[in-house]
Design a protein around this ligand. Structure first.
Ligand code: ADP
Ligand code: MG
Ligand code: ZN
Length: 474
């Protein structure tokens, strides 16, 4: 029997706010333990949370970026549990009335576009971090109360690779939107992986296995690459899987049982009495919607269709947004967008890297790039000379036409002048001329090279070839 895989991901992302969600403590990674704390985020009795408005804005913004709808009524709830990293003994989250619902993420996968539906993206708070030493343990509460978005996907993912691509696309969108830095090394993105298998054709989902707390996308893929065959092996031998939570052991490369359904938590959710429901006004939503940016995939597709760029160039401009913006300034009105892209990607970007210059500091005006392209396309200068002109543009910021004129770099298309150089080359290379006449066609290239050298690279190469051939054949 054939089996298919069903995967749904719950992704937790730290929001990029200056301060924590319910207090004024800094939302900052790497500070000495327990230095960004106060009575609120330490869960002292008698204190009250005050919602960070930017946290609410970023939540709604994420909803828009993920094509979700944003209900006009949302509220906060307490998820109750006891664990040393949760100082309040509950986590503030959104249970039945989340801030955003029913969206989707489109992304490139397997040579096409795949869509994963988003069930909801709701706001909650991060907890502290436990540290275990030789003889004791400690908790750092700097992270407690940092705004955290939980993005829940529908079970639309069908393979480990697809999960990996979805997560990367999600991360790119959140970084693009300025919602989160998504720095994996700093633990800003963590993910619970829900996976089941079922015989192809079966409607009901198989027993859901949840792999908790993954902190790298490659880890998610590896865990799934282990877990999917494990489940298929069990059911294809007639065994039965039951709902459970498992842990991924990265060193051993296996998943193992953490707790079964019987040991599942009962969180006793109830409405958070210390926070008002969140009822955004039209004006507030309008304000947030102004922060919506073009998504990476849309940008890629636009660069491909508007400028006829190959996918690889478009992708470069998706990864390097300022470079793409520069390209768009340069390409305005240009006849040959691909050539403009080549100069921006192959020459400008390389020179910036080589000289450790930021794009913002480059002297090359965007308008100079299409001018340079036009000089080449019209035959005014050769492609080789264009390289020298570009180097000068990069050093001085001068316009290409000015450089060509000042340095006398214009291509020589004057037939008389080229004829003279050809005669010179023919006279000086009698052996090569003989070779050509005795049938070695390649000898022509060598003569052509000589003429180009005599012209210091300025002769029009096509014309040189033509004239040489004519002379040698006569
Ligand atoms: P819970 O209430 O236990 O968190 P949910 O039904 O809310 O469970 O689903 C949590 C995540 O698990 C979602 O991303 C959902 O798409 C996914 N999911 C639900 N059922 C299955 C299943 N049988 N197999 C794989 N993923 C599933
Ligand atoms: Mg869950
Ligand atoms: Zn605090």
């Amino acid at each position: 029997m054939e089996y298919e895989t069903v995967i749904g991901l719950e992704t937790h992302v730290q929001l990029k706010t200056k301060s924590k969600m319910w207090c004024g403590c800094a939302n900052e990674f790497g500070a000495p333990p327990n230095t960004n704390v106060c009575p609120v985020c330490l869960g002292m009795p008698g204190v009250l949370p005050v919602a960070n408005e930017e946290g609410l804005r970023l939540t709604t913004l994420t909803g828009y970026l993920l094509n979700c709808s944003v209900p006009r009524f949302a509220k906060f709830d307490r998820k109750n549990y006891f664990y040393p990293d949760a100082p309040k003994n509950y986590q503030i989250t959104q249970y039945d009335k989340p801030s955003t619902v029913s969206g989707y993420v489109d992304f490139e996968f397997n040579g096409g576009i795949s869509r994963v539906r988003i069930t909801r993206a709701h706001l909650e708070e991060d907890v502290g971090k436990n540290f275990h030493f030789d003889r004791n343990s400690g908790v750092d509460f700097n992270r407690a109360g940092v705004p955290l978005l939980e993005i829940v996907s529908e079970p639309d993912i069908t393979s480990a690779d697809m999960a990996y691509e979805y997560l990367n696309a999600l991360k790119d969108i959140l970084i693009y939107g300025g919602v989160s830095d998504c720095d994996m090394e700093k633990g800003m993105v963590r993910c619970d992986v829900n996976v089941s298998v079922r015989p192809v054709g079966q409607k009901e989902l198989g027993a859901k296995i949840e792999i908790k707390n993954m902190n790298s996308f490659s880890g998610v893929r590896k865990a799934l690459e282990y877990e999917i065959p494990r489940q298929i092996a069990v059911v294809s031998k007639g065994g039965k899987l039951s709902q459970e939570t498992r842990r991924w052991d990265d060193v051993a490369g296996i998943t193992e049982t953490m707790r079964t359904k019987e040991q599942a938590h009962d969180y006793r959710y109830f409405p958070e009495p210390d926070l008002m429901p969140f009822e955004p006004t039209e004006a507030w939503l309008e304000d947030v919607s102004k922060r919506v940016v073009e998504l990476p995939l849309a940008r890629k597709q636009r660069f491909m269709s508007a400028y006829q760029l190959p996918a690889s160039d478009a992708q470069t401009f998706v990864w390097d947004v300022p470079l793409g913006t520069y390209f768009e300034q340069a390409v305005t009105g240009a006849k040959n967008p691909k050539a403009v892209a080549n100069w921006v990607i192959n020459n400008l970007r390389a020179k910036l890297a080589e000289t450790q210059t930021a794009l913002a500091d480059t002297k090359v005006k965007p308008s100079s790039i299409p001018e340079l392209v036009a000089l080449v396309d019209s035959g005014k200068i050769s492609g080789k000379i264009a390289q020298d002109v570009f180097a000068e543009m990069f050093a001085t910021g001068e316009a290409p036409a000015k450089i060509v004129e000042a340095k006398g770099l214009a291509q020589v298309s004057d037939t008389g002048a080229i004829e003279k150089l050809c005669d010179e080359a023919i006279a000086a290379n009698s052996k090569t001329v003989e070779d050509y006449k005795s049938g070695k066609v390649a000898a022509l290239n060598s003569l052509k090279g000589q003429v180009m050298k005599l012209s210091k690279g300025k002769a029009n190469p096509a014309l040189v070839g033509e004239i040489l051939e004519k002379k040698l054949k006569s």
